[in-house]
Design a binder for this molecule. Structure first.
Ligand code: F6P
Length: 326
């Protein structure tokens, strides 16, 4: 599409909510795709707060050199209480109109997309890109950052297995995921955890943990790994109960924000770059209020309100897999 046909001449890109490894790859793809299409690109700092404060600067192809391998977001991220108000949303939209920014690409999670919808209602074209390590956005099979976070957590759990085996102990590891268990499930399967505790399944402590430890013991195991999603409960409490119930020396590790950092791995670099490329094309074609999604093979886009109305659950097959092979 040549510059004359583009429906937008200047766009802005921002990151909002929890950061995720791969956000920089998406930012880089937005800046480079825009330049290739003759569209000016502006980097907005600190999410919607920056849009209200006018904290932004041109983002040329050279400005995004050497960020592909860097975790985090070069545009920073922040939560904006002012943008939660109608007045703040209007101020943000007025800034866009004053600066000739005809479209906004918002990279983040569900909260980011609700903000984008609010901006759309003020007359600004918006496209969302799903980025969160939780992978809990219903409209897409993948969110930027998930694979890198899984591998970071898996590396920690593999290390914990070494020392737990030496001391014949039980390790209870709390992973992130907000109110979802996708991180815990993937790490649990990949690490060969004895049990995985997720918010999508009500915990039956005896059945889901104690029976599994006892069964592992009968197979001759002398150490045990229990992966707990942060939304499913307190790893400290679970560790306490295990120590009391089966008399095994137990240690608790809460992985925390280490899961949010690190150099994005291939899957995140490729999918984030594809999503950034797609988002610019959607705006250039004059389409608005869209979310760029991933179907497992390629990107597609869908209406933002439809996307926000969807819900996502864990399939029985995955739950059965975890129960069987742990
Ligand atoms: O949504 C990503 C996430 O890392 C969640 O998994 C976690 O619960 C939350 O962000 C932590 O938020 P904050 O960085 O504000 O402490």
């Amino acid at each position: 599409m040549d510059a004359m046909e583009n429906k937008v001449k200047r766009i802005g890109v921002l990151t909002s909510g929890g950061d995720a490894p791969g956000m920089n790859c998406a930012i880089r793809a937005v800046a480079r795709t825009a330049a290739a299409m003759g569209i000016e690109c502006v980097g907005i700092k600190r999410g919607y707060h920056g849009l209200i404060a006018g904290d932004m600067s041109p983002l040329s192809p050279n400005d995004v050199n050497s960020i592909l391998s860097r975790g985090g977001t070069m545009l920073y991220t922040a939560r904006s209480s002012e943008f939660l108000t109608e007045e703040g949303q209007k101020r943000a939209a007025d800034n866009c109109k004053f600066l000739g920014i005809e479209g906004i690409i918002a990279i983040g999670g569900d909260g980011t997309f609700r903000g984008a919808l609010a901006l759309a209602r003020q007359g600004i074209s918006v496209v969302g890109i799903p980025a969160t390590i939780d992978n809990d956005i219903a409209c897409t099979k993948y969110t930027i950052g998930f694979d890198t976070a899984c591998n970071t957590a898996l590396d920690c759990v593999d290390k914990l297995r070494d020392t737990m085996k030496s001391h014949e102990r039980c390790s209870v590891i709390e992973v992130m995921g907000h109110r979802a268990g996708y991180l815990a499930i993937h790490v649990g399967i990949a690490a060969g955890a004895t049990a995985v505790v997720i918010p999508e399944q009500e915990l039956d402590f005896d059945r889901d943990i104690l029976d599994r430890i006892r069964a592992a013991r009968l197979k001759g195991r002398n150490h045990f790994l229990i992966v707990v999603a942060e939304g499913a409960g307190s790893a400290n409490e679970i560790g306490e109960r295990i120590g009391q119930a089966v008399g095994v020396d137990t240690r608790v590790t809460i992985l925390g924000h280490v899961q949010r950092g690190g150099s994005p791995l291939t899957r995140d670099r490729v999918i984030a770059s594809s999503m950034g490329y797609e988002a610019v094309r959607v705006l250039a074609e004059g389409r608005t209020n869209r979310i760029v999604c991933y179907d497992g093979c390629k990107c597609f886009d869908m209406d933002i309100e439809e996307a926000l109305s969807m819900s996502k659950g864990l399939d029985e097959e995955t739950l059965q897999l975890v129960a069987t092979i742990s």
